[in-house]
Design a protein around this ligand. Sequence first.
Ligand code: 5GP
Ligand code: ZN
Length: 117
Amino acid sequence: MTNDNCIFCHIASGEISTKKLFENDDFFIIEDIAPVAKYHYLAIPKSHYPTLDTMENKDREVLGSIFATIGTLTEKLSLQNGYRLIINQGEDAGQTVFHLHIHIIAGQKMNFPHFKR
Ligand code: 5GP
Ligand code: ZN
């Protein structure tokens, strides 16, 4: 499932050339174009799901596989000292690309965000 207007689908297909740090049948990992920390990667499923809640049950295991695989890439991605995984879901979270992706942030100490209510 792909979407012609989606930047991450174009990266997935190779139409937009971007260095993939990891790739398997289900997802790939690239560097974020605008890093918010020393290391900032995106784990992106190859199938186009705009948001978490648009995933079909049969595809949800891709998420488990992404989490488990990240744990095997600590050296390659320099995650030895820890990392943070983030999914921005929808407007309130500031999601800007509506193709599900997981941010992997690492390489420095991080404060836990707190928000003004
Ligand atoms: P969101 O705000 O939707 O959670 O995150 C989208 C992320 O995708 C942002 O951190 C943004 O910098 C990144 N991004 C947007 N377009 C591109 C692109 O063309 N290439 C790469 N590598 N990252 C992108
Ligand atoms: Zn897409």
